[in-house]
Design a protein. Sequence first.
Length: 184
Amino acid sequence: MATRKKTGLTRAVLKKKLTAIKALILDVDGVLTDDSLYIGSDGFELKRFNIGDGLMIVLAMRAGLEIIIMSNRYSPATVTRMNDLRVKHVIQERGDKAQLVGDYIKKNNLPLELKDTAFIGNDIMDISLARQAGIGVAVKDAHPELLAEADYVTSRKGGQGAVREIIDLYFKGRGLNTADFLKK
């Protein structure tokens, strides 16, 4: 796997680069959640998802951006949340994330390649995908190794609006008003 030097994009440059992406790939634990799990003695699992992130995911899909969820851990809570948001591309498998997403794109005949995507991650297992995506983003509280590889680091922590921050920049870069997509 080729390594990529961190480009250290400014917010303004990131906003411009986001206009070219066809898909946004999101990690779950630590990106869409605060990296916490609540598990009862019966194995019942709860996760805390950020509502603002969810709203922006829906609006981004309405604007034509593909959303792909990539987690190395199967979770019924993730299935429930993604069904609620109507996210159709959900991958929950163990393995190299870049390989899994690349295979998923080919298998599902999506009209894009990894270079046409932005990816938001938070931990060391996200490094391969951050390197191979067109834009690799780390949340503010990401693992130091991912922070060193990321093209951009959000000002918000995972599960606290980091996804919304990036989707807001996508809309602004494209000159779109999020309110225009509320009723579609």
